[in-house]
Write a protein that binds this ligand. Structure first.
Ligand code: PAF
Length: 273
């Protein structure tokens, strides 16, 4: 694996996995998926200051550079791009606006977050010109916004969605999980249990109720939102919405966790109506 500091050292046409480092098995699965798409796999590590609401959050973001290099190498990344902030954000760089879907759910709590995400992703795409780029479904709102960015501005680029990787008890892998204490880690399973219960529900309103009830049973978990949405436009789903997705976000002792799960796409939530 070659480590480069500038995209100028890289050819066009790679399969690209952008990251902010603190790599874990979830990222490794994205790299492995990239490897199945082609031999030229570029991963970037850039902790994007524009997508943090405040400097404390940016500072607290875990940084594990040596481990990151090992994980990327082992998972088959051929080129690891570690850009300097001046490459990504030269003076007078145009900032992007994520639009209405960037202002709801995660966008409410994290003002400007998605504008920062679409800005950095579009800079990374401009500098690298990949053929394909892979993003995890775990950050479903981010994935949706990046798909529309690509549809609008990067028409020849294919965006590939990668399934969420979970621990054996269902907790979605996330760089934030290492900030959970032992008791918070156990409490965090409430998220998966709530999503799974939604998936088992007979209709949208019972799915919403189940998620609320299950989250309320875990005193350590401070639910921010749980909802069943139309996964194409993030509008509130009804029973007749064909592509429903349950989304959840909340806090465990100051650590924000999010997750989502597709409901049965063809027959409604539980497929029993
Ligand atoms: O999901 C992430 O790690 C980041 O939001 C991304 C897409 C690399 C942009 O900084």
């Amino acid at each position: 694996m070659k480590i480069v500091n500038s995209a100028a050292e890289l050819d066009d046409g790679c399969t690209f996995v952008p990251t902010m480092g603190a790599l874990h098995a979830g990222h490794a699965s994205l790299f492995k998926l990239a490897k199945t798409k082609g031999d030229f796999v570029v991963a970037s590590i850039f902790v994007n200051p524009l997508q943090f609401e405040n400097s404390k959050d940016l500072e607290l973001y875990p940084r594990t550079p040596d481990r990151d290099i090992e994980i990327a190498r082992e998972a088959g990344v051929t080129h690891l791009w570690l850009p300097h902030v001046s490459e990504i954000y030269p003076e007078n760089v145009t900032k992007k606006v994520a639009g209405p879907i960037g202002e709801i759910y995660e966008g409410v709590n994290r003002a400007g977050h998605f504008d920062g995400v679409v800005t950095v992703v579009s800079r990374l795409f401009d500098l690298l010109t990949p053929a394909q780029a892979i993003f995890g479904e775990k950050d479903f709102q981010q994935l949706t916004l990046i798909k529309s960015l690509a549809k609008e501005s990067y028409k020849s680029l294919e965006i590939i969605a990668a399934q969420t990787i979970r621990e054996s008890d269902g907790l979605a892998l996330s760089s934030r999980n290492i900030r959970l204490s032992q008791s918070d880690r156990i409490a965090a399973t409430v998220i998966y249990r709530a999503l799974a219960a939604a998936q088992e529900s007979e209709n949208v309103s019972s799915a919403r109720e189940s998620m609320h009830q299950i989250c309320a049973q875990e005193p350590l978990f401070k639910l921010d939102y749980s909802e069943i949405i139309n996964e194409e436009n993030f509008e509130i789903a009804t029973d007749s919405t064909s592509k429903q997705r349950a989304i959840i976000a909340g806090w465990l002792n100051g650590v924000r966790l999010i997750d989502n799960m597709q409901m049965n796409p063809s027959t409604g939530i539980a497929g029993v109506r």
